[in-house]
Design a protein around this ligand. Sequence first.
Ligand code: F0G
Length: 455
Amino acid sequence: MKTIIEPFRIKAVEPIRMTHLGERRQILARAHYNLFAIRSRDVMIDLLTDSGVAAMSGDQWAAIMRGDESYAGSPSFTRFEAAVKALMPFKHVIPTHQGRAAEAILFSLLGGAGRIIPSNTHFDTTRGNIEATGAEALDLPCSENGDPNSLALFKGDMDIERLKSLLEREGARVPCVMLTITNNAGGGQPASLANIRAVAELAHAFGKPFIIDGCRFAENAWFIKVRERGQSERSIPDIVRDVFACADGMTMSAKKDAFANIGGWLALNDDALAAEARTRLILTEGFPTYGGLAGRDLDAIAQGLAEIVDEDYLRYRVRVNEYVTERLASAGVPVVRPAGGHAVFLDAGRLLPHIPPLEYPGQALAVALYETGGVRGCEIGSVMFGRRPDGSEAPAAMELVRLAMPRRVYTQSHADYLIEVILAVHAERERLRGFRIVEQPLRLRHFTAKFEPLS
Ligand code: F0G
């Protein structure tokens, strides 16, 4: 059969409140056109993020009841640690309340003024945590990454030549090399096993630790299995273990590929660095056998890790985004191809060429999707990345709108509705206008900025 069905049945449901156009216009104005300021009950299809919004399985809810809330030495930690190490063979696994806490701890140790931390593309919290220490977060994506028309299979790869020349020129300033899999800010595109190995080899040749941001490791492994030569017969856990065996550490948000609503970890092989990280952890998160989490959260993560590597799930997961992307592309909507692992990325720059980057075409498109159909997506463009640490503005590399798919939450009819909403906005695209920012903080402005529509 060609139809790929959701590989699950639904046991508990959450109602979606139906809203109408006039109501949504008022809601937008009250939110100052920032979709982060809208209440979730006012959203019909919420694609703001795939983070922390997964539907947990019956087995995860059962695991939650097993959670042991002891301050030290909880068996929930033992189960969590074993589940992580079964896939990611690091010596030290340090739980944190979410991914950015792991980043904050890592960069408090490795960052600092004058340092440079390269990656394929840093996610915004990673960038924020690096810059907060005074270091520079440097993106070195492969050249295909910036081309939304390129159908290259591993657009999440890092540019090995540019990494090499950075290490040759500025090696003394580079404390570690990072790689984000999949490359979220670069379109949810995967990195190949060959590229991951090449980055690791280069980092090690220059004596630098190699750290993977592994948020969507299972999706990345699925892409390696189906797209990379010689990998198709291998199991997902085998591929995952190969990926992490190259690295000296990882940061992780369990809110992505662990099916958890909260959680994360920092894993390291270096004993001395891990000891320092645990000291920081105790100061900012909690004792090393719970990090910032409840014991029950650790159990939900342990069970989620066992479920996320299921091939039926991963095939369905990736297929949903391909389906939406194919339908949009065939209707002439500019969309990043191939489809990303966790999201569909609309190319607002090409969809709205009459809106200049610093009038935020991505914001205009995201607002129009909400107004037209109650769909909430997220601008990933000059609002998110256009402000430099010194306060000046420059256009981002791409103007995208990310429609991130929560795991196991929406169904095929939701996908069809989403396509219909996007096509309706596309048909009216010439009427859309840009925005002006009227209030904003210095960093991570997309969360709280206030906008005004330009007439
Ligand atoms: N790294 C990547 C690649 C991410 O996508 C995220 C979060 C983080 C780190 C931080 O993890 O949220 O647990 O602190 N991404 C979410 C998103 C927020 O919507 O893409 P966190």
